[in-house]
Design a protein around this ligand. Sequence first.
Ligand code: GDP
Ligand code: MG
Length: 597
Amino acid sequence: IDTAHIRNFSIIAHIDHGKSTLADRLIQLCGAVSDREMVDQILDSMDIERERGITIKANTVRLDYTAKNGEKYVLNLIDTPGHVDFAYEVSRSLAACEGSLLVVDASQGVEAQTLANVYQAINNNHEIVPVLNKVDLPAADADRVRQQIEDVIGIDASDAIPISAKTGVGVPDVLEAIVHRLPAPKGDRSKPLKALLVDSWYDPYLGVVVLVRIIDGVMKKGQKVRLVSTNAVYQLERVGVSRPKKETVDELGPGEIGFFTASIKQVADTRVGDTIVDEKNMDVVPLPGFRPAQSVVFAGFFPVDAARFEELREAMGKLRLNDASFTYDMETSAALGFGFRCGFLGLLHLEIVRERIEREFNVDIITTAPSVIYKVNLRDGSHLDLHNPADLPDQTLIESIEEPWIEATILVPDDYLGSVLKLCEDRRGRQKQLTYAGSRAMVVYDLPLNEVVFDFYDRLKSVSRGYASFDYKMIGYEEGDLVRLGILVNAEPVDALAMIVHRARAEQRGRVMCEKLKELIPRHMFQIPIQAAIGGKIVARETLSALRKDVTSKCYGGDISRKKKLLDKQKEGKKKMRQFGKVEIPQEAFISALKMD
Ligand code: GDP
Ligand code: MG
């Protein structure tokens, strides 16, 4: 295909602003899918993604469009992941395109996630077409949002396109704008092959499928290619495009987006952002921006039922097949036995993996407190990257501890600004910027990641009644006065509940933890002390009083069935509990106890 007739674009939108719905309409208008085959959110293929309304893998669809001028065009839509945890994947998808549709809900306005992605698109030299969606809603105010796009993002929005992705109004104008306002890709057919590895996933029938954007040269079945970062060579078995049904093609040329398969065993062998070249081509300048995936948040996963460890191991292996950014290593905990220390791109990623293990593999798990990576500088001059609070060396051996900081951008309506500022201050934040756009404030804070990983996002939503939006990027490490806060239940340390906290916040956190655990641990036949300690020093204590009587003792008389019912009910409750010394702690305790109120 002649590059002048190709347009590659992505859709940028804050969650729920209508990205998937618009994609569905574009696919329908171009006749890529028959009405019978049309399902909502055709690009979001995984169940969990569909339920949560997020996309994890970049997805693509090739559309044939005949413009009003009679010319035929090939449009490639790349649907990018929509969450900050997947910012790197988003940046590579954007690098595969020349332009973006910026979809903003005309009844809501610009949100933090929109900003982050639009700046990435601008960094990738994208031409941006603003689209005002949901104009069918009575609350839609296209003029206000157009002005807001100019004020907040700083791009010209005078010819923003008003549409309703739901009813289809205005969508044909979007197609014309793609053809006339976005630039065609450049590229040279006669040069040696150079392609960008945009994303990859595991398909049970095809094996690993690799999504690519051809920069120069051509890609054909049978060709031998080399992945520059690993030097691995593969022979291409199938080269094709997604419409969104997979279709094989003879070749992919410059400017085209498509996929290949090549008997690649696992997704981890293909790295997003890598450069693909001819096998023999040894002196290439790799495409800019490549970065290996890196875990930011770590947590322990342990089976509730220790006997199911092997099943958990199998589940981990299967998930890893399809998710190179999820890592795991075996771990043993004094309290929880055998399990895994897992690394994630962020909290949402953690939640997704946890949910999949429970749902798809049916293994109930206990998740320990998520932790960031600390840099521990020891007195003997050595350094340690600490992923697990339980591994923190003795305080006397430590010179200093450094923790990661992020820069957070929060957009919030005026009314809730006070509560948001308070939340950030409570989490050791340092305000960097506070500006207004209309009745909305944009605040930029530097925050320690450790104060954000657990429940910051939930808290932010609750103090702003859901109106605040949040986005962040890592900015680096900084020394902090950090200590290990341990929890003892009935005088036994529960390592899975240990965490690293700032000294100034340790006592308060300890108190909250003890109070929470007192609520969450059922009463036993004996009294149970619950304590929080820094080193040997107890900083908080609660006491769970003993049960006065056997629960069945009130069923005197001959009511056997009632007694049995009561015992069954207890057994049910026990299913998701773990024994710690003489005490049973329910699964929820591990997550709930760490949430701060
Ligand atoms: P995404 O998260 O950006 O992919 O957003 P979706 O496409 O999933 O849309 C979020 C919600 O907004 C869904 O309930 C859609 O039905 C609804 N929606 C999308 N476009 C429109 C529109 O133009 N008008 C109205 N009223 N609702 C819309
Ligand atoms: Mg969506």
